[in-house]
Design a binder for this molecule. Structure first.
Ligand code: AMP
Ligand code: FE
Ligand code: FE
Ligand code: ZN
Length: 282
């Protein structure tokens, strides 16, 4: 059974609608997929209907944007939480709204140097979707400024760029506690992905574990080999689940469905721990 627990649809910054993502997962030979759009569960219903159609297992999830007091970005995967939990919903709504005004400010800055305006960007955002830098990148590709998202992120859109604007995001310790309160399973996404920006110190891992973190996404292409060994040791020491996933974004990233996998034993433990929403298993 091939299990991939991290993938995006166009409800956030993936390029396929939820049903198209599920169809692609079935075609790729996966048995179970988790839909984990950024700060949104709006794709769950469409993905579930498609999963039933294709006989694919579906774990409803989400990837929560977080930021530490020091300003370091942390992504937290949540599986099987109650999407209507008020405290969690309030935080992701704040982050999602802040992402929109942040993207508008980034485009204002970019427009000083590049032929780009907000209409160009919003043309790449599905209605109601969580807006991110990938949508700005898509508009830059369409305008011929860069060849693909990767080139846009290599320099113009990085967090070190003068066009970069930060946005509100909950502290990861708060987010872990809220996911647990919502009956969900919190897993730290690509925790040592240093190429994306600064990674958190071990004290933040401890604080998140103390707040109820249940897993670490170890096998992810952005975690370098030494980092993965450190994560595996931490997981063994603190009794955390170890997951592996693709972080597929459709045509938006080179990541391929199933390029990293999670074991059936770990999936069983996630299913047992998640009480806020059901998984679909054919
Ligand atoms: P944002 O959520 O607006 O801060 O943008 C971060 C998102 O951009 C992440 O969720 C990734 O999916 C995407 N991203 C980061 N680096 C790259 C890259 N090199 N190529 C394509 N997409 C990227
Ligand atoms: Fe993304
Ligand atoms: Fe992420
Ligand atoms: Zn992701």
């Amino acid at each position: 059974m091939r299990i991939d627990l991290h993938a995006h649809s166009n409800i956030s910054d993936g390029t396929q609608p939820p049903a198209g993502l599920v169809a692609a997962a079935a075609a790729a030979g996966l048995g179970v997929l988790a839909l984990t759009d950024h700060d949104s569960t709006a794709g769950w219903a469409e993905a579930l209907a498609a999963a039933r159609e294709h006989g694919l297992g579906l774990v409803p999830g989400m990837e929560i944007s977080c930021k530490t007091a020091e300003g370091i970005s942390v992504h937290l995967l949540a599986y099987l939480h109650d999407p209507a939990h008020p405290g969690l919903l309030e935080e992701i709504t704040k982050a999602k709204d802040a992402r929109l005004s942040r993207a508008e400010r980034m485009v204002e800055r970019l427009a000083e140097d590049y032929p780009l305006n907000w209409d160009d960007v919003s043309a790449h955002v599905a209605p109601g979707a969580t807006v991110g830098r990938p949508h700005i990148a898509d508009a830059m590709v369409a305008a011929g400024i860069v060849a693909d998202r990767s080139e846009a992120f290599a320099n113009i859109l990085t967090s070190h760029s003068r066009y970069f604007v930060s946005h509100y995001a909950p502290d990861p310790v708060l987010a872990v506690a809220l996911v647990r309160a919502a009956g969900g399973v919190p897993v730290f996404a690509h925790p040592v992905a240093s190429a994306r920006g600064r990674v958190v110190a071990s004290g933040i891992f401890d604080d998140m574990i103390d707040a109820g973190l249940l897993g670490l996404e170890v096998d992810h292409r952005d975690n370098p080999p030494e980092g993965r060994e450190w994560l595996r040791a931490l997981a063994a020491k603190r009794g955390l689940l170890v997951t592996g996933s693709s972080d597929y974004h459709g045509a938006g990233k080179p990541n391929l469905l199933g390029e990293n996998l999670t074991t059936p034993q770990v999936l069983e433990r996630i299913l047992a721990a998640g009480t806020g929403s059901p998984a679909y298993l054919p």
